[in-house]
Design a binder for this molecule. Structure first.
Ligand code: NAP
Length: 309
């Protein structure tokens, strides 16, 4: 059994991941910015502050694996200049701090497995039947694309070390505990299926259980290294997803409404580009690595997440 240190382990992915790792018999250390105490004997908290360079060295040296999830929420607040800087710094400074600490101290960390995002890719090319983005495609020249470049590059220093590096360019994680799905569900309480813009934009998503399983697989399978797109095989348009959700939650008692792109731009500012843009991402590399999805289709995913027993 191993000791796994998770940065940002208090978040949407980190919580179920920690639980799963403990269930598999591992010890978990959550590296967090706030002092916390654990009620579970196999999980403990350690502190850091990527902005000042403070880090609990003992926790790093205890780790056999590091999972790096920390980062300021991309969709949490309007993208002011200050917020954008926070989104980048929280990822880049934390990554650099991990690498610097690992390089400065002999350690037993076998692999560092980090989140990145499919924000790396830009808009789907405007040609008929565009091919999905693969890991070799260049980064978009927009804010998120360049933020992902800086995020991934912050870990470059591990290249010449014995620590295996895995990066998951993560799609929209579907979970009932938070994130995009919870936001999509809110208007349904009032019987409204709110389709964003034209609704034709493609969402590349992944079930939370598959996301957790990808992290645990990267621990146990030493052949996994490099960058992988973490998305399910069946991306879906915003409209189709919203209508499927509405039918599951409200049967036929809902009204589909389009929120026009200009209204989203006014309400969300630059961040609206993220909900309006179409990004179709390939998971072929995951398949080739041998990964089998628990939830490859959106129907199986929504049924699992939303249907009450
Ligand atoms: N969920 C998705 O759909 C999705 C999609 C693409 C990529 N990702 C990426 O995957 C990672 C994990 O996702 P998640 O949904 O679990 O994220 P999350 O719920 O927002 O949690 C991220 C964690 O990062 C830490 N954090 C927040 N602000 C920070 C800051 N300014 N500086 C340093 N640490 C900070 C927090 O931990 P403490 O407060 O304990 O320090 C927080 O619990 C993130 O980097 C995210 O960008 C997620």
């Amino acid at each position: 059994m191993s000791t796994i240190l998770i940065t940002g382990g208090t978040g949407l992915i980190g919580k179920p991941l920690s639980k799963e790792l403990v269930a598999q018999g591992h010890e978990v250390i959550i590296l967090t910015r706030e002092k916390k105490t654990s009620t579970d004997s196999r999980t403990r908290f350690a502190e850091w502050d990527p902005m000042t360079g403070k880090i609990d060295l003992e926790a790093i040296l205890a780790a056999d694996y590091i999972i790096h999830l920390a980062g300021a929420g991309v969709a949490e607040k309007r993208w002011s200049k200050k917020r954008k800087q926070e989104i980048v710094d929280s990822r880049v400074k934390s990554g650099e701090l991990l690498v610097k600490t690992l390089k400065a101290h002999p350690n037993k960390v076998k692999a560092l497995i980090s989140a990145s995002a499919i924000g790396w890719y830009g808009l789907d090319p405007r040609v008929p039947n565009p091919r999905p983005f693969t890991e070799d495609d260049p980064a978009a020249d927009d804010f998120l694309g360049q933020a992902c470049v800086a995020w991934e590059h912050s870990l470059d220093g591990l290249d010449n070390t014995a620590t295996r590096l895995v990066i998951y360019r993560t799609g929209i994680v579907l979970s009932t505990e938070g994130g995009a799905l919870k936001e999509f569900m809110k208007p349904l309480r009032f019987g409204l299926a709110t389709i964003l813009g034209s609704g034709r934009q493609v969402i590349s998503w992944i079930h939370i259980d598959d996301m957790v399983r990808l992290y645990t697989t990267a621990i146990t399978d030493a052949s996994i290294h490099g960058v992988f797109n973490a998305v399910a095989p069946a991306p879906i348009s915003n409209k189709d997803l919203l209508l499927k959700l509405a039918k599951l939650e409200r049967k036929n008692s809902f009204i589909p409404i389009h929120v026009p792109a200009f209204a989203l731009k006014i309400a969300m500012g630059e961040m609206s580009t993220e909900v309006l843009k179409s990004t179709t991402v390939s998971c072929d590399k995951l398949h080739i690595s041998g990964y089998t999805f628990l939830y490859p289709t959106i129907d199986a995913t929504l049924k699992n997440l939303l249907e009450k027993p």
